[in-house]
Design a protein around this ligand. Structure first.
Ligand code: AGP
Length: 608
């Protein structure tokens, strides 16, 4: 996720672009840049690092004169943070500059197409293909040029494009990435989000997918994908600025939970092509995979919980033994790791000290290191042999939600990839799993669509003292994440427990009114879960059960039931956990706590 801005008007553009970008840094902050039209040419200034570094380079914008320009603050997806990978990207001719938020899924094929026609690439980004495509298709008219360009693009994009040929206007378009138009007095704007322009105007157009907009200082024209003019209602923004940075939501955590369907789609779809899992990110050969006699998955907190799901899924599909390790434990137990071990390191931040240290220990032992990371170019990413990025965008809330969910999807992709390379999947099974993967964003959309029901349940239980999350198989792994979400943001004690293990001691803690959250998505264990629910009910527990749609037998046993869309058993945590994230969120909200910044915690634990 990145932030883009654009300006055309009668004032100096550079300071306005910088101001807009400063309100979008929550969308990405590993590099920044602007491009302005000045004295007949496009002038680009961009740099790795925070926006302040860019501002210093141009004296807060004072050293650049121009009344039109575009700007960008980056969250790297393709190509790690660097000056050359920063946006804006410019065509070889210097005639066109582009800023982009999103992922061009077919950039590799487009890059080949353009290189074969003499275009030279200087960056590792997907976005650069757009700058050269504009040059390739330019026919004197930016509207017809852009309609041709976007007809070749697959994936998500919000684009701002300026051209030397059109010194008094610039063009923008969006598909699956947000873009708004700010309407001022003799000045107009584009931005990824409302905060960027709120100090300048409260009147905006909220662009829909495939809408193209041409902005002049005194005119804004909007067109559909075929170049036909369209008219739109002006939306008047009455939010305050801080609310706007959260997309109008009260907390970043809520905004990030709501982003899960989109970031799952961004993470999954580019990696499934023609019914196959395609992991261009990694260089494992079939021989490499055959040589592994085990997999060690390492992580902390929620990342560790993803590993716990991964164990079930990889062993079920790829039939490779999997150990899951807390990074802080792995380091000091003299692990048996060698060149026949594939170590999968999971980390949102890519900077967690225990996880990074465990990676280094495993690497010294000769293991092959593959990491699942959200922050491009982070330490863990750089020190891995292979890295598969979750394209979740910046996660601001301390409690992870969208990063956890995209990490799950990547671990499923790895399991399917390994199984396929080992030729363990029938064509039918493979299709079922691939179809289930592609359906996950919609499943999660349905689950978060039940937020009012979950909020109601939270209103009944937000004063509880102890909660037990129980499950079997992947549900047990999912219960760990549900328990952590409640603990870390609502400070309510809870415990995840293997449902079959309760009777071996812990059930003595169940008493009248104890809340038990029972995860019952594993069909072959459903009857056993019904028995476990009966066990705890007999001791006075109140049970909230989560299960797939259609499993109505649960209603005879549980006090409350939440149905989630059916998916394959292995992927059930992707449907169950978002409901538990919302439960923790609403309990915390009802307890009046600081949801985005819970006490005692930090977003990235860079100390041991
Ligand atoms: C999750 O909500 C917590 N914030 C925490 O457990 C986190 O998952 C853990 O610290 C690992 O962080 P990482 O993914 O950045 O390595």
């Amino acid at each position: 996720m990145c932030g883009i801005v654009g300006y055309v008007g009668e004032k100096q553009a550079a300071p306005i672009l910088l101001e807009g970008l400063s309100k979008l840094e929550y969308r990405g902050y590993d590099s920044a840049g602007i491009a302005v039209f000045d004295a007949g040419r496009i002038h680009v200034v961009k740099t790795k690092g925070r926006l302040a570094a860019l501002s210093d380079m141009i004296d807060g914008g004072a050293s650049i004169t121009s009344q039109m320009g575009i700007g960008h603050t980056r969250w790297a997806t393709h190509g790690e943070p660097s000056d050359v990978n920063s946006h804006p990207h410019i065509s070889n001719s210097g005639k066109f500059a582009v800023v982009h938020n999103g992922i061009i899924e077919n950039y590799f094929k487009l890059k080949e197409f353009l290189e074969n026609r003499g275009y030279n690439f200087v960056s590792q980004t997907d976005t650069e293909v757009v700058a050269h495509l504009v040059d390739f298709y330019y026919d004197g008219d930016m509207l017809s040029t852009v309609t041709k360009v976007i007809s070749r693009l697959e994936g998500s994009y919000a684009l701002g494009i300026i051209s030397c040929e059109h010194p008094d206007s610039f063009i923008a378009v969006r598909k699956d990435s947000p873009l708004i138009v700010g309407l001022g007095e003799n000045e107009n704007f584009i931005a990824s989000d409302i905060p960027a322009i709120l100090s300048r105007t409260r009147d905006v157009y909220l662009l829909e997918d495939n809408e193209i907009v041409i902005l002049k200082k005194d005119n804004v024209s909007i067109y559909d994908i075929h170049g036909e003019p369209i008219t739109k209602e002006i939306f008047h923004v009455d939010w305050d600025v801080s609310a706007a940075e959260k997309g109008g939501y009260e907390h970043f955590m809520f905004k990030e939970m709501m982003e899960q369907p989109k970031v799952l789609k961004d993470t999954i779809h580019p990696r499934i092509q023609d019914g196959n899992v395609v992991l261009d990110d990694i260089s494992l050969t079939a021989e490499d995979i055959a040589s592994f006699n085990k997999i060690s998955i390492i992580g902390c907190g929620s990342a560790y919980h993803v590993g716990c799901v991964g164990k079930y899924v990889i062993e079920k599909l790829a039939r490779i033994p999997v150990e899951v390790e807390l990074a802080s434990e792995f380091r000091y137990r003299f692990p048996i790791v060698d060149d026949k071990t594939l170590v999968i390191v999971i980390s949102q931040s890519g900077e967690t000290a225990d996880t990074l240290a465990a990676l280094r220990d495993a690497k010294k032992s000769g293991a092959r290191i593959m990491s699942i990371v959200n922050v491009v170019g982070s330490s863990i990413a750089r020190e891995s042999d292979d890295v598969i990025y979750t394209w979740a965008g910046p996660e601001i809330a301390v409690a992870t939600t969208k990063a956890y969910s995209t990490q799950l999807s990547v671990i499923y992709l790895i399991a399917l990839y390994l199984a396929d390379k080992k030729e363990l999947l029938s064509a039918e099974d493979k299709k079922n799993y691939i179809d289930a993967m592609l359906a996950l964003p919609d499943c999660v959309e349905t689950v978060i669509g039940q937020k009012e029901t979950i909020q109601y349940l939270a209103s009944k239980f937000y004063n509880v003292k102890d909660v037990f999350y129980i499950g079997r198989g992947v549900d047990y792994a999912a219960s760990m994440e549900g328990s952590l979400k409640l603990k870390e943001i609502s400070y309510v004690h809870s415990e995840a427990y293997a449902a079959g293990e309760l009777k071996h001691g812990t059930i003595s803690l169940i008493e009248e009114g104890t809340l038990v959250v029972a995860l019952c998505s594993v069909d072959m264990l459903f009857e056993k879960m019904l028995s476990n629910i009966k066990e705890v009910k007999a001791r006075g527990a109140v049970v909230w059960a989560l299960t797939f749609e259609g499993n109505t037998a649960i209603e005879a046993e549980a006090d409350h039931v939440l149905y989630v869309p059916r998916t394959v058993m292995e992927f059930a945590p992707s449907c169950i956990v978002p409901a538990l994230q919302l439960f923790g969120y609403y309990v915390s909200a009802l307890r009046g706590l600081d949801i985005d910044k819970p006490r005692n915690l930090a977003k990235s634990v860079t100390v041991e």
